[in-house]
Structures are given as structure tokens and as C-alpha cells.
Design a protein around this ligand. Structure first.
Ligand code: APR
Ligand code: PHB
Length: 394
């Protein structure tokens, strides 16, 4: 088999790239090691930046996100028992975010790919990438006990943090930066009415809490828990009780409880691998970088990487220009590091860090107080939250 772009991984990054390339008449095959059901069972953050919505528009897969997604013009910061609204619209001159589950984005992309009759190989075993430092890159994989080979011009490594692409880059060609946080998020998805119309990010002496949602009848809540905590230590009733403790009286009074559709613990990590291109192999999304979920930048960063990569391939096939290919890594990394900084800062501001004690908490409260009462500080938060542009200028 031969294609122009071999895409490894059918998460949101790989699927979005496939759809955008299809719109530009560029041929791509996606190789995914898991099943479609498994891919759709992963529950991740659900806040889309305008940059991400624009790319979904360009890919022709945004109809449901526009119809069912909830536009949010602000969110609340809760600290010292009081809520303070960050008015995204007013602070950014009209920008907003769309609350729409990542699982639904993935589903829309899968449906569009199937409708266009594009090839995705699911349940591929032993996926390996070869010869990406030369002129004839190729991908091999096993399916139903048979080995297959896919020859291509380029390989897009959209295979997530544990994928094979980054791991195949020769040692020494890659520099990685990492920070692991001393806590995780315990998340619950439940068919209960959200406590408020907008998201609430809470800094409390018991730890961070986040009230988010998927719709007006489905909520997504998170609690900061120690890294050593285990899912089996928690019942859903304990979760609701602890969440109640971390909310203000009004939100607590609105808290509806019910059975969990999903409950899981996720560790928090910041990670970047540089560069994001080696010859004909391009890393995009979680394959190249991870952000802690505070601020929901993961999917949005994956989408902007894919936007740069799509432009690079379109320039190459349409104009025979290698400019986009040669600048891909630098352009991505500039936006990646800004989002890494924001996610690290927002995480540091909102969570209890065991080692910083009471002094650390006082520093956070002073910064939060400044943040909500200084227009320039609120503006910096708002403009990062709604997402930085893809072109920064010089
Ligand atoms: N071969 C083929 N596919 C693979 C391999 C492999 N060796 N290893 C991993 N994959 C697949 C995974 O099964 C998964 O479906 O690659 C896909 C990667 O998808 P994601 O992990 O969702 O990563 P990405 O598409 O970059 O999406 C980024 O997802 O993890 C969140 O917070 C993150 O929101 C961000 C978004
Ligand atoms: C979510 O809805 O899952 C979510 C929202 C905002 C975040 C993180 C996660 O910052």
C-alpha cells in the first residue's frame, strides 16, 4: 500500500489531520492500534478555543459542536469561600470558548472519515516507523496475523504520549523537559444538572476542585487528590461530600448528586519533546507534549499543531514549497511553550502543594486577589484561557 501521509494514531490529532488533508486533496491513511470503541471510551477535557473551532470548521466537522456545544463567555474563580467571575468576552474584546466534550469531537471526526470512505486501520499490532531520515519512509504493522507495509512521503506521529513515533527517534536527537506534579485529579462524569451555568475553578484549603459540564444535564467534576490515592479508596457518595466541602454555599446548595457514569484518577504532568520533526517524521499533539489539564489546553494544542502541519503539507503538495515543513517544529513549539507556561501557572495557582504549607497558600490567595481585582492581570488570564492566536507575528 502507498499513501502521501501515513498518520499514526486515530485520536483527535490524527483524525483532524486526516480530515484537513482530505479537504486539500491530500491522501492519508491512519493506523491505530486500538478499536474504535476503545478510542471513544476515553474521557478528556471539553473546552474548545476559537482556534480549535475554526479548524473544525475548515475540516467540515463542526456542525454538531456549533449546535450542541455551549458557548461560555466567562468562568468563576473560587477562593477564600467566594466566587469571582472572569469575564472572557469583556476582557478579550469578544472571545469565548465552547464547552463540548472531546469524545464528541472524536466521534464527529470518525463519522466524517467513515462518510468520506477514508481508510483507517484499527486494531493494528506492532506498528513501526522506518527510514524517516531518508527519502522513502514507511510504516509496518500487523493486522489479523498478517504483516503489512505502507510506503509514504511523510509520517505524522499522532500516537499520543505512549506512542511509537517519539520512541523511534534516535536517542540524542531529542531533548525532553518534564515536571510531574505531586497530585492527580479524581474525575466524575454524572447525569446531573451542573451547579452553575459556567465553570468554577476552586482553590480551597482542602485542595483544588473543578465544576465543569458536558451539557445542561451532564456534569463533569474533579477533585485534587494525592498521587498515592487509589480509585478504590473512593465511593461516589464520598466524592459528592468532598466536592460539597470545596464549594461556596450557593454552589453547594445547587449540587445535584447521582451515580457516576465514569470515575477515574489522572496524574498531572507537564512534558515537552524538542524538536517536533526528524526528517520526514512529524510529531503532533500528546506525542510531543503534555499539559496538566488546568485550563484544558491539551486538545487545543493538538489542534494547533495539526493546523501547522496541514498548512505545511498543503504548501508542499500544492506549491512544492518546503517552508512550512522546515518551520513546523519552531512554529509549534512557540505556541506549545506558551500553553505549557499558562497550564503550569494556573495549576500552581489553584492546587494545594504539600511542601509549601500555609505560606504557599497565602501567596496563592494574594495572587488570586490581585488577579481578580487588576484588569491587566485578569486580561492576561482571559487571553490565555480563550487561546493565543496561531500566528503571533514577530
Ligand atoms: N500505533 C498506533 N496507534 C497508536 C500507537 C501505536 N504504537 N500508540 C498509541 N496509539 C494511538 C492511541 O491508541 C490513541 O488512539 O494513538 C492515539 C493517540 O491519541 P491521544 O492520546 O488522544 O492523543 P492526541 O490525538 O494527540 O490528542 C490530544 O488528547 O490526551 C488528550 O489531553 C490530550 O486533549 C489532548 C488530546
Ligand atoms: C472538563 O470539562 O473535563 C475540563 C474543563 C476544564 C478544564 C479541565 C477539564 O480546565
Amino acid at each position: 500500500m502507498r499513501t502521501q501521509v501515513a498518520i499514526i494514531g486515530a485520536g483527535p490529532a490524527g483524525l483532524l489531520l486526516g480530515q484537513l488533508l482530505h479537504k486539500s486533496g491530500i491522501d492519508a491513511v491512519i493506523i491505530e492500534q486500538r478499536s474504535p470503541d476503545y478510542v471513544l471510551s476515553r474521557i478528556r477535557a471539553g473546552v474548545l478555543e476559537q482556534v480549535c473551532m475554526d479548524l473544525l470548521d475548515k475540516a467540515g466537522v463542526s456542525a454538531r459542536a456549533h449546535a450542541e456545544g455551549l458557548p461560555h463567555d466567562g468562568f468563576d474563580l473560587l477562593f477564600k469561600g467566594e466566587r469571582h467571575r472572569i469575564d472572557l468576552q469583556a476582557l478579550t474584546g469578544g472571545s469565548r470558548v465552547t464547552v463540548y466534550g472531546q469524545t464528541e469531537v472524536t466521534r464527529d471526526l470518525m463519522d466524517a472519515r467513515a462518510a468520506a470512505g477514508l481508510v483507517t486501520v484499527y486494531d493494528a499490532q506492532n506498528v513501526a516507523v522506518h527510514d524517516f531520515d531518508g527519502a522513502h519512509p514507511r510504516v509496518t504493522y500487523e493486522k489479523d496475523g498478517q504483516m503489512h507495509e505502507l510506503a509514504c512521503d511523510f509520517i505524522a506521529g499522532c500516537d499520543g504520549f505512549h506512542g511509537v513515533c517519539r520512541a523511534s527517534v534516535p536517542e540524542g536527537a531529542l531533548h525532553t523537559y518534564e515536571r510531574v506534579y505531586p497530585f492527580g485529579w479524581l474525575g466524575v462524569l454524572a447525569d446531573v444538572k451542573p451547579v452553575a451555568h459556567e465553570l468554577i475553578y476552586a482553590n480551597t484549603e482542602r485542595g483544588f476542585a473543578l465544576c465543569s459540564m458536558r451539557s445542561n444535564t451532564r456534569s463533569r467534576y474533579y477533585l485534587q487528590v494525592p498521587t498515592t490515592d487509589k480509585l478504590e479508596n473512593w465511593t461516589i457518595d464520598q466524592f459528592w461530600t468532598e466536592l460539597g466541602h470545596r464549594l461556596d454555599p450557593e454552589a453547594r446548595a445547587n449540587l445535584e448528586t447521582g451515580p457516576a457514569l465514569e470515575m477515574s484518577i489522572a496524574p498531572l504532568r507537564s512534558f515537552v519533546a524538542e524538536p517536533m520533526r526528524f526528517g520526514s517524521l512529524f510529531l503532533a499533539g500528546d506525542a510531543a507534549h503534555i499539559v496538566p489539564p488546568t485550563g484544558a489546553k491539551g486538545l487545543n494544542l493538538a489542534a494547533s499543531d495539526v493546523g501547522y502541519l496541514w498548512n505545511a503539507f498543503a504548501d508542499f503538495y500544492n506549491d512544492r514549497s518546503r517552508a512550512g515543513i522546515d518551520t513546523y517544529s519552531d512554529r509549534c513549539l512557540r505556541r506549545v511553550w506558551r500553553a505549557e507556561r499558562f497550564s503550569w501557572w494556573f495549576t500552581s495557582l489553584m492546587h494545594r502543594f504539600p511542601e509549601t504549607g500555609e505560606f504557599g497558600q497565602k501567596m496563592q490567595e494574594a495572587e488570586l486577589d490581585y488577579l481578580v481585582h487588576s484588569r491587566s492581570a485578569s486580561t492576561a488570564l482571559a487571553e490565555n484561557y480563550v487561546g493565543l492566536p496561531m500566528d503571533f507575528g514577530t
